[in-house]
Design a protein around this ligand. Structure first.
Ligand SMILES: Cc1cc2nc3c(=O)[nH]c(=O)nc-3n(C[C@H](O)[C@H](O)[C@H](O)COP(=O)(O)OP(=O)(O)OC[C@H]3O[C@@H](n4cnc5c(N)ncnc54)[C@H](O)[C@@H]3O)c2cc1C
Length: 363
């Protein structure tokens, strides 16, 4: 079968790799000039354990299965990663119950090794931390997302697949033989394939809206939630990832560590109307306030604006968080088409598991 994947982010590449290894002819059409220039290179690079998502949800399933697959893949392919563990902290008594509920939820999701710690036990592990209780998640880690995408692209190419850069998909129409794909770029044209996977991230709704025959009700709304990061000037003071009690729309402004040993803070939640990747230095004030709840010794002047990413959410402020939305022929009735919507966190962690799901839907 000829399969066209729209988007060379971590999810599109994982799907393309799985399809090529299953024996399909695979082309990835990517609007940009390189892999992973979208959300996949603008995140915390955390391998999530599977704590935050309701048991039975699509996110819980793919996060837990995807995390196990990702560690095995990274190990086998020499993708830099580290299982550094994470502390999810309550900084006041009122937050304790929330942390305990999340710890219980994680166990229900099948997350291994989750343990509740007292404030004293947590500060023994992390002396700079202020907290009254914490949940320790030993399975949480970090990964070099770009090295991961390069490894996926390498596997794809080894199995005969290709990535076509600067090839924005502009429309899809069902064709007797499968799907006619229209694309723009320097040399616009059309192509007929048997199946299409729409893994266009922030562009997924645009591609779906330009799909002839797809009922408009199957194109969910897109809500943009920007997450800004600030870098920390100085040597890292934490060896675990530190997450506060989650906030609406995000996991809270946490401590992220990268494999080069740098420490940064983020992401916050900024609801926006149009894509923009500037980080407003004025947001630092709120960062200082929220970080000092768990890291009181954060010095003045230690933060500088860094990068940001945009979560492709399906619900907005004040609404319940949406699940990942993966729709194949069983949902929309069109053979040979799978749409992925709302693949925000933990999409990086889930990519290998999502890829298996998509492949099964293609038949
Ligand atoms: C602030 C933030 C922090 C996050 N932290 C984490 C984390 O720590 N751990 C985790 O597991 N997940 C995290 N995530 C989520 C994770 O980054 C995403 O779920 C994942 O990167 C999504 O990958 P993707 O391939 O679906 O999308 P993308 O990486 O956005 O890729 C989509 C690609 O499609 C291309 N495209 C768009 N339209 C078209 C078109 N018409 N034609 C051709 N190409 C097109 C784009 O150029 C892009 O390259 C975070 C996300 C954000 C925003």
């Amino acid at each position: 079968m000829q399969v066209l994947v729209v988007g060379a982010g971590v999810v599109g590449l994982a799907v393309a790799r799985a399809a090529a290894r299953a024996g399909h002819d695979v082309i990835v059409a990517e609007a940009a000039g390189a892999i992973g220039t979208g959300t996949s290179s603008r995140n915390s690079e955390v391998i999530h354990a599977g704590i935050y998502y309701p048991p039975g949800s699509v996110r819980a399933f793919h996060c837990v299965r995807g995390r196990r697959m990702l560690y095995a893949y990274a190990q086998a392919h020499g993708v830099p990663h580290r299982k550094c563990g994470k502390l999810l902290v309550a900084t006041r008594d009122a937050e304790r119950a929330k942390i305990e509920t999340l710890c219980a939820q994680a166990k229900a999701n099948g997350v291994e090794g989750m343990t509740m710690l007292s404030g004293a036990e947590a500060t023994t592990l992390e002396p700079a931390l202020n907290c009254v209780a914490a949940a320790l998640s030993p399975e949480t880690g970090i990964v070099d997302s770009h090295a991961l995408m390069l490894a996926l692209q390498g596997d794809l190419e080894d199995a005969g697949g290709v990535v076509a850069f600067r090839t924005p998909v502009t429309g899809l129409s069902p064709d007797r033989a499968g799907w006619e794909v229209r694309y723009g770029g320097a040399e616009p044209g059309t192509l007929t394939v048997d199946a299409v996977v729409n893994a266009a991230g922030l562009g997924a709704q645009r591609v779906a809206a330009a799909t002839a025959g797809l009922p408009p009700v199957r194109v969910p709304r897109l809500v943009l939630a920007k997450g800004n990061y600030f870098q920390y000037a100085g040597r890292p003071v934490f060896s675990h990832l530190i997450y506060p009690t989650p906030v609406e729309g995000g996991l809270g402004t946490h401590v992220t560590l990268d494999l080069a040993g740098r420490m940064r803070f983020g992401p916050d939640v900024e609801w926006i109307d149009t894509e923009s990747y500037d980080v407003d230095p004025a947001r630092a004030e709120k960062f200082y306030a929220s970080i000092r709840t768990y890291f009181p010794a954060l010095p003045d002047g230690a933060l500088a604006p860094d990068y940001c990413g945009i979560r492709p959410k399906l619900t907005g402020p004040g609404e319940p968080a949406a699940d990942f939305l993966v729709e194949g022929p069983a949902e929309h009735g069109l053979p040979g088409l799978v749409n992925l919507f709302g693949i925000e966190s933990p999409g990086l962690t889930s990519c290998l598991s999502l890829a298996e799901d998509v492949l099964a839907r293609l038949g």
